[in-house]
Design a protein around this ligand. Structure first.
Ligand code: HEC
Length: 142
């Protein structure tokens, strides 16, 4: 008859295997999924500041927040979505992408749009202002 220790060991191995399997399948799901991979967390105070900056800076002359494209893509639902670029690449609109789109807009131009973004926001806006704008855009994710 098996000793208690052997039984306990078998149990530990089984539980370990199960956990590894779970972890592995979770990873596969994440990679295969096209939905937003990371939850979007927004700093609400920064988002309020960003809305003011967007109005003041004239972003909303080209961008809408209601889902209808203007001369630029709408900001509604943008954060976390897949962005097809003119280069043929498809990227996820994460914080880094959104920041680059503002300070270096020519580097990643969205497919179907012209490179109309003023190129100098990296100089005329502070890093904090750009961060606030990104938070505002993220607050419009859904
Ligand atoms: C003169 C029109 C115009 C103004 C003003 C403008 N944009 Fe844009 N923007 C565009 C166009 C056109 C695109 C799409 C082409 C590209 O990716 O550069 C774009 C792209 C973007 C993107 C990427 C969108 C996407 O769908 O992936 C972000 C983010 C963005 N703009 C933010 C801003 C912010 C913030 C401001 C104000 C500080 C601003 N824009 C001002 C025209 C404009």
């Amino acid at each position: 008859m098996r000793s208690w220790a052997e039984g306990a060991l078998a149990l530990v191995v089984l539980v370990g295997l199960g956990a590894a399997l779970l972890l592995f399948s979770g990873e596969t799901l994440g990679e295969g999924s096209t939905a937003t991979t990371a939850p979007i967390t927004v700093d609400p105070d920064a988002a309020v500041r960003g809305e003011i900056i967007a109005n003041r800076t004239g972003c909303l002359a080209c961008h809408t927040i209601n889902g209808t494209p203007g001369s630029g893509p709408t900001w509604r639902g943008l954060a976390g979505s897949s962005r097809p670029l003119q280069s043929g690449e498809v990227v996820t609109a994460d914080d880094v992408y959104l920041t680059n789109s503002i300070v270096a807009p020519g580097s990643e131009v969205v497919a179907g749009f012209d490179n109309l973004m003023p190129p100098n926001y990296g100089e005329t806006l502070t890093e904090q202002e750009v961060g606030d704008l990104v938070e505002y855009i993220k607050s419009l994710a859904s």
